[in-house]
Write a protein that binds this ligand. Structure first.
Ligand code: RI2
Length: 319
């Protein structure tokens, strides 16, 4: 495996590269790098190498379905080429082109989601956001660039404090932003017109997996009758949930929550650090995709349109 892939995987694990959409584009690009640097001439060896690289990348962030879907997108094209008996140079080209296409689609999705989602924001609206989602922020920025006067509440998003990244990003755009601690959400939610958040995965029943804290925020928004908008490209929709599989929730290092020093002192203390939680569809008003706005209950239609009705007997990265 190319050395650059090891570095990419480490950067994703350590969250130097983060945000579900970016992770998807990064792993697609990793397969492109692997293909470009593959020195052999044997097509079987090439397929084996790309599958192995895919499996390795899959280990990095288990919840981000954009990662899996990016690999699926590239491997599906490669598989077709291999089945058609293409030679090694053509297979390499197919891999490179598919990776580029995935990244292009992802960037276009960002633009489309910004255009579509921003239409729901009116002049004078107050928006509440959680974590640091490129898709959610694209909507907010587009509304601001269109001249709408908006205010944003960004919560800190413990333990990694992605809310601070959001606050910085919006400030740079000249947007009025207030940073609050996560536990103050219920105080400020009543001032909001919308909660706008991203997604790491969308299940077949419309449940949304996003940064831990999202489910609590959505439930208090629901209670306060504030609309919850999820910005998610269609490659965030999880094909395996259609076949009954549950989305794995990543458990991160406990030392993101407590210092090693305190942990050692507090003998017997248990610490949990799930990175994501699941928001049920009842708490979500709409999902903005690059293909348009859908009710969460329509997630199944997106999956049917994108992946068809067939069950996955074997994943493309399996031997
Ligand atoms: P975009 C983030 O995860 C958050 O959960 C955020 O809502 C999500 O990625 C979506 O980001 P992390 O990588 O794809 O900080 O909208 O764990 O950029």
């Amino acid at each position: 495996m190319d050395k650059q892939i090891l570095q990419i995987a480490q950067d994703i694990k350590e969250m130097k590269i983060r945000g579900a959409a970016k992770i998807g584009r990064t792993v697609a690009t990793a397969l492109k790098i692997e293909a470009e640097n593959f020195k052999g001439k044997d097509t079987n060896e090439f397929i084996k190498d790309i599958k192995e690289t895919s499996r390795f990348l899959l280990e990095t962030r288990p919840t981000a379905v954009s990662l899996e879907n990016a690999l699926r997108f590239v491997l599906l094209e490669l598989n077709k080429g291999f089945t058609n008996g293409e030679d090694i140079d053509t297979l390499k080209k197919i891999t490179i082109n598919a990776a580029d296409e995935f990244c292009e689609n992802s960037n276009l999705a960002l633009e489309r989601i910004a255009e579509i989602g921003s239409k729901r924001i009116r002049d004078g609206d107050v928006i509440f956001t959680h974590c640091n989602s490129s898709m959610a922020l694209a909507i907010i920025k587009k509304a601001h660039r269109d001249g709408k006067k908006i205010k944003v509440f960004a919560d800190e998003t413990r333990p990694r404090l992605q809310g601070l990244l959001t606050a910085k990003e919006l400030l740079e755009e000249g947007i009025d932003v207030t940073l609050i601690v996560d536990s103050a959400a219920r105080i400020f939610i009543r001032e909001a017109d919308h909660v706008i958040i991203g997604a790491d995965a969308v299940a077949a029943n419309g449940a949304v997996v996003n940064k831990v804290g999202t489910a609590t925020l959505a439930s208090i928004a629901h209670e306060a009758r504030v609309k919850v908008i999820v910005a998610a490209e269609t490659y965030k929709f999880h094909p395996q949930t259609y076949c009954g599989e549950l989305i794995e929730i990543e458990e991160r290092d406990i030392f993101e929550v407590i210092s090693e020093e305190d942990y050692k002192k507090l003998k017997g203390l248990k610490v949990k650090n799930p990175a994501f939680d699941v928001t049920p569809p009842e708490f979500i008003d709409l999902i903005v995709t690059e293909k348009g706005i859908i009710a969460p209950q329509a997630a199944i239609l997106v999956l049917k349109e994108t992946y068809g009705l067939g069950l996955f007997e074997k994943e493309l990265w399996e031997d």
